[in-house]
Write a protein that binds this ligand. Structure first.
Ligand code: BGP
Length: 478
């Protein structure tokens, strides 16, 4: 196949708190991300979430630029506290109006809206009231929020995604959720939050099917295939363990309605398993996800771990200096993540692996036989705005070209891929690095410290992507 299917969605992605700004304007109250990013500002000097890329005030210009790039889809999220500032109860009409205007603008420009219901920004009021996702009450409040927005946009939005990257939330829970210090040592709560999210996801799926004529809904997974560090059987087994706990554990719940046996057994042994109430599994089993949205940036690598190793949920590089990762995720006796010395990395130590994308697309499709859509994929870099307002991001073009080629291969092998939405349409606030690390196809002129006017400039990658979209992928091999 040279050309991608005619109905292939060529899009790009953003999320509300990383892109909109207007964090306390027109009735919106704080989300937990407003608080977390305020702390990031104080601790690391990164930008806070107050203005970010000011999309709230630039949305018409932004849609125009998307149109110029040739996008026929745009994946974004709705901010819960913008439409329900207290999390429940009184609706903020101005908030709903913003999304209504944005969606109308997209539709006028023939850009398919793909809406994510939750991208890390739980209303702060609910965190203060009962601890946010730690408390089962959130399932019912999330239902109220979902009913409101799904009903409001049911005639305009066909594609809905529920919760962004539950697996990443489990790993990086204090960065994605505001967790009281007294709870931070209780790792079981990570999986309890995830269980509450599974229930919330099931309810959101049911709501889309109930309210949206012809509506389709699916979860968003942050997915990295896990390779064994060597051909030692112990490493191969460790890679399978990591794959079960980080990937299949989520996919099985969404698409088979059950917790993965081996992963759950491990969690039970460690005292990390979630408490499941009567009726929970029934609710999960009765809901249906129509497709899987995949965020893919990197593959990972695992090796055997000893029982005496220290439990650790994440390793992160916050400096942008290669090799300065602060450690590796370790599950004692189960697996330990490590560097894959066969792959190049970004400045932030994320392995660059386009083949991994084909591998996971084929693997997931074979196991679950569901349509797939890529809702995030991209390279974080320190882009440079030249004196003549250009951004020569060849590395991004290389990254995207290779990843799209491997999507094409997967389609050739029979995988149903609905679309490709790279992260990100515009530069946004990075979840861990403020504006130092950029992913956008379009540059937003601001820094961590200086907000300037947030002027938009198209990067070289956006012109390249435009060509690829116009040729339906044919010019990939040019
Ligand atoms: C994904 C998130 C996005 C995004 C991206 C890049 O996990 O869904 O919100 O930010 O990662 O991550 P970062 O900004 O930390 O480099």
């Amino acid at each position: 196949m040279n050309r991608f299917p005619n109905n292939f969605m060529w899009g790009a992605s953003t999320s509300a708190y990383q892109f909109e700004g207007a964090a306390h304007l027109d009735g919106k109250k704080s989300s937990q991300q407003d608080i977390i990013n305020k702390l990031n500002e104080e601790k690391y000097g990164f930008a806070n979430a107050e203005i970010t890329s000011d999309h709230y005030h630039h949305f018409k210009e932004d849609v125009k630029l998307m149109k110029e790039m040739g996008l026929n889809a745009y994946r974004f999220s709705i901010s819960w506290p913008r439409v329900l500032p207290d999390g429940t109860g009184k609706v903020n009409e101005k908030g709903l109006q913003f999304y209504n205007d944005l969606i109308d603008e997209l539709i006028r420009n023939k850009i398919e809206p793909i809406v994510t219901l939750y991208h890390y920004d739980c209303p702060y009021e609910l965190v203060k009231k009962y601890g946010g996702w730690l408390n089962r009450q959130i399932i019912y409040d999330f239902e109220e929020y979902c009913r409101l927005v799904i009903h409001a946009f049911k005639d305009k939005v066909k594609y809905w995604t529920t919760i962004n990257e539950q697996g990443i939330i489990v790993q990086f829970w204090t960065k994605k959720c505001l967790i009281d210090e007294k709870d931070q040592k209780n790792d079981q709560l990570r999986y309890q939050i995830n269980h509450h999210m599974n229930l919330a996801h099931a309810i959101a799926c049911n709501l889309v099917h109930e309210l949206v004529p012809g509506g389709l809904v699916g979860p968003v997974t942050g997915y990295s295939p896990v390779y064994p560090a060597s051909n030692r059987p112990e490493d191969v087994l460790a890679a399978m363990n990591a794959h079960d706990l980080r990937n299949t554990f989520y996919l099985d719940i969404w698409f088979k309605g059950q917790y993965h046996k081996a992963a759950m057994t491990y969690l039970e042994k460690q005292g990390l398993a979630p408490k499941i109430k009567e009726g929970d599994m029934e609710l999960i089993q009765k809901s249906k996800s129509d497709f899987l949205a995949i965020n893919y940036y990197r593959s990972d690598c695992a090796c055997a771990s000893q029982d005496t190793d220290q439990l650790r949920f994440m390793g992160i590089n916050l400096t942008g200096e290669k090799g300065k990762i602060d450690g590796y995720e370790t599950h004692p006796g189960f697996y330990k993540m490590c560097k894959n010395d066969k792959l190049e990395t970004t400045q932030w130590d994320w392995a660059i692996d386009p083949t991994g994308l084909e591998y996971l697309l084929r693997d997931i499709y074979t196991r679950y036989q569901i349509p797939l859509i890529i809702t995030e994929n991209g390279i974080g870099a320190r882009d440079i705005l030249t004196d003549d307002f250009k951004i020569h991001d060849d590395y991004r073009i290389d990254y995207m070209r290779e990843h799209i080629r491997h999507i094409r291969n997967a389609i050739d092998y029979g995988v149903e891929v609905l679309g490709y939405c790279p992260w990100s349409a515009f530069d946004v606030l990075s979840t861990t690095n403020g504006y130092e690390k950029r992913y956008g196809l379009i540059y937003v002129d601001r820094t961590n410290q200086d907000i300037k006017e947030c002027k938009r400039y198209r990067k070289d990658s956006s012109y390249w992507y435009e060509k690829i979209i116009k040729s339906k992928g044919e010019l990939l091999d040019e």
